[in-house]
Design a protein around this ligand. Structure first.
Ligand code: FMN
Ligand code: SF4
Ligand code: SF4
Length: 248
């Protein structure tokens, strides 16, 4: 079983690429998963997710804790993969007690509020490199290898904690800043883009209070009509090409 959480599709695409090499393997969105009993019979358990603020998103950390509370790890191979744009820093530290393998893969940036999406050329190059790298991980996963792609450097734990605190602060009112501008054609697609069902529709899209700042709606709106305050206006959006038809 390969669980994933994904805003713009990077983590989804990595999970999917690996699952394609394992017979009968399925990719499962972790945000709505509750039936942990299903994991009892799994030979391999994977979690694929994006890096947020030098750590994993809270929704992923909560899921991981819940999963390992229920899971009998005996005889199972457990792996985690973080997709990141700059550095995953010390994100491994929150997982090190639980996983047999930890992989990291650099992917295009999807935070177009605090940063920028890459140019189309850079995006293409990054995606090609990521496919090659993920093929290498897949070999390890198929052979249940203990591979930890993490090299501790002095102060990494402290720096990661600071990064996490900073992102928490920066995004604390994120959900309240989301709105659809005049480009919105009322197609209602955004309702299906949200992995936590935080968007409803009443004349125009309405955002609830459960946003986990995944940037899915912002990047996926076909009209680029979803903004976060003023910072995202006119900025290039990014969506992984394999994510186009994935809805929640
Ligand atoms: C709120 C937020 C915080 C992020 N923080 C980091 C970070 O600290 N380091 C990093 O390398 N990338 C960071 N990123 C970039 C994403 O981790 C990266 O683009 C990831 O591959 C997105 O995956 P997804 O499309 O599966 O959501 C951040 C993205 C978001 C939305
Ligand atoms: S996806 Fe974009 S255009 Fe469609 S309803 Fe939502 S905000 Fe409007
Ligand atoms: S409302 Fe929040 S959680 Fe939902 S898709 Fe938009 S950014 Fe992601």
């Amino acid at each position: 079983m390969i669980f994933y959480f994904s805003g713009s599709g990077n983590s989804y695409a990595v999970a999917k690429q690996i699952a394609e090499h394992i017979e009968g393997e399925q990719v499962i969105p972790l945000a709505s998963f509750k039936d942990f009993k299903q994991c009892d019979h799994a030979e391999r358990i994977g979690i694929v997710f994006p890096c947020y603020g030098a750590s994993a998103p809270d929704i992923v950390l909560d899921f991981k804790n819940e999963l390992f509370r229920h899971l009998d790890k005996k005889g199972k191979y457990v792996f985690a993969i973080i997709t990141y744009a700059n550095s995953p820093a010390g994100s491994y530290l929150a997982f090190k007690e639980d996983v047999d393998a930890w992989f990291k893969v650099k992917m295009p940036e999807n935070d177009i509020y605090g940063a920028m999406a890459p140019t189309p050329k850079k995006e293409k190059d990054m995606l090609a490199k990521s496919v090659t790298l993920v093929n290498r991980f897949t070999e390890g996963i198929l052979n249940k290898k203990t591979i930890i792609m993490y090299r501790p450097i002095p102060g990494i734990r402290f720096l990661s904690k600071q990064g996490y605190k900073f992102v928490k602060y920066m995004y604390k009112d994120f959900g309240k800043k989301l709105y659809a501008d005049e480009k919105c054609v009322k197609c209602k697609q955004c309702i299906k883009y949200c992995p936590v069902q935080n968007i409803t529709f009443d004349v125009k899209p309405v955002w609830g209070s459960d946003c986990v700042n995944c940037f899915g709606c912002v990047n996926r709106c076909p009209e680029n009509a979803i903004q976060v305050g003023k910072k995202t206006q006119g900025k290039r959006r990014y969506v992984h090409p394999d994510y186009k038809n994935i809805y929640y």
